[in-house]
Design a protein around this ligand. Structure first.
Ligand code: NAD
Length: 291
């Protein structure tokens, strides 16, 4: 008889819509099986209309916790009992931990990015980074980087609906952390060049490079890069964006978005189970390469 799921198996959820395409269930269940942990991870189609009931269900069914993805990340906080400092500052939650009925919201996207840097022996603490983007992924990275001790963050964005989010992120970072953050417009090319020149790390956290903007980048040309600049992309599909191709042409050390994806999961896994995700095994099983 199958023994993987028993009456003792603990459940962890993923609440989002649409969600059937997600690789998170395969990732977490593989890690549970590999480590022999008695948990199961399942995806549930939950949108803003059903979110409150679903969160009540976490308490009622005594789930260990849940991941939360779009469109619920910025909405779920009001149904929880407590937020981590990063979740509070980001105004978003992607991981819920059920601590004996007290639901605590965390955001692990930024942690995931910072852990991926570490896994690549990239140490940005005490240094300056330039990052493109003011959306969900960018905000999580910017806030976590500031909390972790990055000295200075220069943020670039177009003047779309995310510009105001960027202004708010900069305000919060400058008010609540020791990091100095500034928001710039991509149109100021001289400023973009100057900020990249004085940075240790350059990151793309915009949707450019991923469908429907595949093959595109906001970086005007390779003259903005230098061989000792480290270049990271949050995009992992495709694994090598135009942005990373340009970095490769110049000879920069580079990292794609797979690490962020894997380590945001690993951070949740640790919060729920107390165990480290078996990273090398997961990279092998998921076919993850930073190139
Ligand atoms: P979002 O919609 O919240 O933000 C989109 C960002 O892209 C904004 O800053 C916006 O101004 C910018 N943008 C959009 N179109 C642009 C254009 N034509 N030119 C310049 N900038 C443009 O999206 P998000 O969830 O923050 O995702 C952003 C990127 O991060 C995506 O490429 C996504 O693949 C990646 N991401 C990766 C992970 C991971 O685990 N690796 C997780 C989340 C998101």
């Amino acid at each position: 008889m199958a023994e993987r799921i028993t009456g003792h198996t603990e459940l962890i959820g993923l609440m989002a819509y649409p969600i059937r395409h997600s690789s998170s269930p395969a990732m977490h269940n593989e890690a549970f099986a590999y480590l022999g942990l008695d948990y199961a991870y399942l995806a549930f189609e939950v949108d803003n209309d059903t979110l409150e009931d679903a969160v009540k269900g976490i308490r009622a069914l005594k789930l260990v916790g849940s991941n939360v993805s779009m469109p619920n990340k910025t909405v779920v906080g009001k149904y929880l009992d407590e937020l981590s400092p990063a979740a509070e500052l980001c105004g978003a939650v992607n991981t819920i931990v059920n601590d004996n009925g007290k639901l605590i919201g965390h955001i692990t996207d930024g942690t995931g990015f910072m852990m991926a840097l570490k896994d690549n022996n990239i140490d940005v603490i005490g240094k300056k980074m330039t990052i493109a983007g003011c959306g969900g992924a960018a905000t999580a990275i910017e806030i976590q980087a500031a909390l972790d001790g990055v000295k200075e963050i220069s943020i670039f964005n177009i003047r779309d609906k995310f510009w105001e989010v960027g202004e708010e992120t900069v305000r919060k970072i400058n008010e609540k952390t020791d990091c100095k953050a500034t928001l710039y417009d991509f149109d100021d090319k001289d400023v973009l060049r100057r900020e990249i020149e004085s940075s240790y790390l350059l990151t793309n956290a915009t949707g450019m490079g991923m469908k429907p903007l595949e093959g595109q980048t906001w970086l005007p040309d390779t003259s903005y890069l230098r061989p000792d600049l480290i270049v990271a992309d949050t995009v992992y599909a495709p694994p090598k964006t135009r942005f990373l191709e340009m970095a490769e042409e110049v000879g920069c050390k580079k990292m794609n978005g797979f690490g962020m994806m894997l380590f945001q999961g690993a951070a949740g896994f640790k919060l729920w189970t107390g165990h480290d995700m078996p990273i090398d095994h997961m990279k092998e099983v998921l076919g993850i390469s930073y190139d």
